[in-house]
Write a protein that binds this ligand. Sequence first.
Ligand code: NDP
Length: 285
Amino acid sequence: MANIIDGKAVSARVKEEIAKETASVKAKYGINIGLAVVIVGDDPASRIYVNNKKKACETVGFASYEYALGADITQEELLQLIDKLNKDDSVNGILVQLPLPKHLDEKAVINSISPEKDVDAFHPVNVGKIMIGEYSFLPCTPAGIMELIASTGVEIKGKECVVVGRSNIVGKPMSMLLLHQSGTVTICHSKTQDLADHCRKADILVVAVGVPKLVTGDMIKEGAVVIDVGMNRLENGKLCGDVDFDSAKEKASFITPVPGGVGPMTIAMLMKNTLTAAKIKHGIE
Ligand code: NDP
């Protein structure tokens, strides 16, 4: 029977550390740290995410500046706002809540954010830095997962690591971080033949697909660390992961629940990146 990795507890600990450091930066250098959050349209899920991010800012002692824009905003107007935020000294991090309405060019918007304020780490400059291992910011979800793995005490070095999913925001950077920690990494995706066979070899298995209960207990190696990134909303309104928790927990040594696993870490890491951005800007070690 697996130990349950408590993402809420780990995230609370990370936020506590950030709050302490924020207070000390404020006391020592008189710096107020600020995060600008841009939301376009009225998607209810995006609204929840934005509210949670603002709440986290409050918890750690950052100012948050919300820019809630109508769904009919033009690309040019949005780019103008980002340009203004890039130049605004009170703003250390800029977060544009995705997805954007279809008429807006998401890639162009991401590329317009100054890499120094790109606390989501989606800008190609920051993505490239992850590849060569010289990064300031890590994308929040993979960074949070690394913290969760660290919290188990299981070493990554030399382990078979399998990442299911190859998206730019989770799967690919996740694989790179595991590789930087000297894991032997396999990346699986929708064209992978015999997914179960790959999963069964994993000492550390990270599943980021978006298909409820795709990975079942019989696909898991005895004693594996299982990280479930999936957040699937079922018809009954409940959240469900990509891993079948009930059967997987019988095989794993550690496993994340959904909700309460990876989700809370993503926001904690956003706070960490914003603090890092402020420290870099002010030359604080
Ligand atoms: P994407 O849709 O961008 O990527 C999904 C990946 O899964 C793709 O690489 C796809 O392969 C692969 N895939 C799809 N079907 C299968 C299959 N049957 N077998 C193997 N691989 C498959 O999703 P994201 O990476 O953005 O998100 C994945 C999940 O994680 C979602 O449920 C999302 O909600 C959740 N999520 C949770 C976060 C959190 O904070 N907890 C943050 C971000 C995401 P291919 O490339 O071949 O199409």
